[in-house]
Design a binder for this molecule. Structure first.
Ligand SMILES: [Zn+2]
Length: 164
């Protein structure tokens, strides 16, 4: 399962990558380019644009019209439709910035990229495999925010409205 998301859903793209999904997000793409890529690479189109959604229907592209506004609602909408797990598994998580895989990296290799305080506090670090990105991640203070948003998404998943 691979997703392509429109330029208005950058936040959602990041969440899906955290959940381990393959996501193409290119805010410069126009509607035709999005549709053609979805068709060519058999990707699921996520869009806020009703007209684009209708065009996707006509072309038999698997798609979802994302109508909700809050991140946890959007996550719930996508998870409900495509039966995604809302658990984070760091072995599957992708780089939220660029979408490439992460690799677990020894502290010594990334010590120049992480604030000293975080290096001292945390044991495990992951680095993006994309050399042009190479961002480093760890389960730090922001983690509570991530799990809290996903917990909210789980809670509302049953009741969230499904769309076209
Ligand atoms: Zn990256």
């Amino acid at each position: 399962m691979r997703f392509i998301v429109d330029g208005m859903l950058g936040g959602l793209a990041r969440w899906l990558r955290i959940l381990g999904q393959e996501v193409v997000y290119d805010k410069t793409r126009n509607d035709n380019a999005l549709l053609n890529r979805a068709i060519k690479d058999k990707m699921i189109l996520l869009t806020r644009d009703e007209e684009l959604c209708q065009r996707a229907t006509a072309k038999r592209v698997t798609k979802l019209l994302v109508t909700e506004l809050r991140e946890e609602e959007r996550i719930a909408q996508v998870a409900k439709r495509f039966r995604l797990s809302l658990e984070v598994d760091m072995a599957k998580t992708r780089c939220p910035e660029c979408g490439k895989d992460l690799r677990k990296t020894p502290r010594s290799e990334i010590s120049h990229k992480v604030p000293a305080k975080s290096l001292a506090l945390y044991e495990e670090f992951w680095e993006c495999k994309n050399p042009e990105c190479a961002k480093v991640y760890w389960i730090g203070g922001h983690w509570r925010q991530i799990t809290s948003t996903l917990a909210k998404a789980k809670k509302i998943m049953e009741t969230i409205q499904d769309t076209c």
